[in-house]
Ligand binder design. Structure first.
Ligand code: HEC
Length: 149
């Protein structure tokens, strides 16, 4: 029954409705996924952090000495958001000194995450573990990703 109605739609309503039918499923979930910003966004980021970052950086962001750096008040976390977003999209493979400890292990790229997910995670990280900084918007992540591809 439903299939029949969908198939008959273009005939009944003209070519324009075909475009509307095709577009609907694509735009609906994307719009629903937009985080509300502020507390809601940070809460979503916390869930994602536990899934994608915690194994290395630990639940409280302290990392693992000489293996995985801390995310507690580091210049990377609190500093330039573009650089921070870039670390998640590109990964990081440099010898870095962070809060007096040295790290050489590479961090794998997290580019498979959606822009919204990266924005949520970084908003959480920048407002947890004693950090206090502005949240990250999906647009900021999209803009950095555009410079990489
Ligand atoms: C497989 C382990 C691993 C995972 C998973 C991982 N990281 Fe990292 N991360 C590292 C390592 C190792 C470095 C240091 C890389 C280097 O020395 O070049 C690093 C560096 C960083 C830095 C910059 C240095 C600092 O401490 O301020 C940030 C920020 C960061 N990671 C955030 C994250 C976030 C957020 C996630 C989750 C989306 C994540 N990482 C997932 C291992 C990991």
């Amino acid at each position: 029954m439903r299939k029949w109605i969908l198939a008959a739609m273009p005939l009944m309503m003209g070519v324009l409705s075909v475009g509307a039918q095709v577009k609907k499923p694509a735009t609906k979930p994307a719009a629903a996924k937009q985080a509300g910003g502020g507390a809601a966004q940070i809460a979503k980021g916390k869930v994602l952090y536990k899934q994608y970052c915690m194994t290395c950086h630990q639940e409280n962001g302290t990392g693992v000495p000489r293996m995985n750096p801390p995310l507690v008040k580091t210049e990377y976390v609190l500093g330039d958001k573009k650089r921070l977003i870039g670390i998640l999209l590109n990964g990081l493979n440099e010898d870095v000194e962070i809060n007096g400890d040295y790290f050489t292990n590479p961090m794998p790229s997290q580019a498979a995450l959606k822009d919204q997910e990266i924005a949520d995670i970084l908003s959480y990280v920048r407002n947890s573990f004693g950090n206090k900084a502005s949240t990250v918007s999906v647009g900021e992540v999209t803009a950095v990703r555009a410079t990489i591809k």
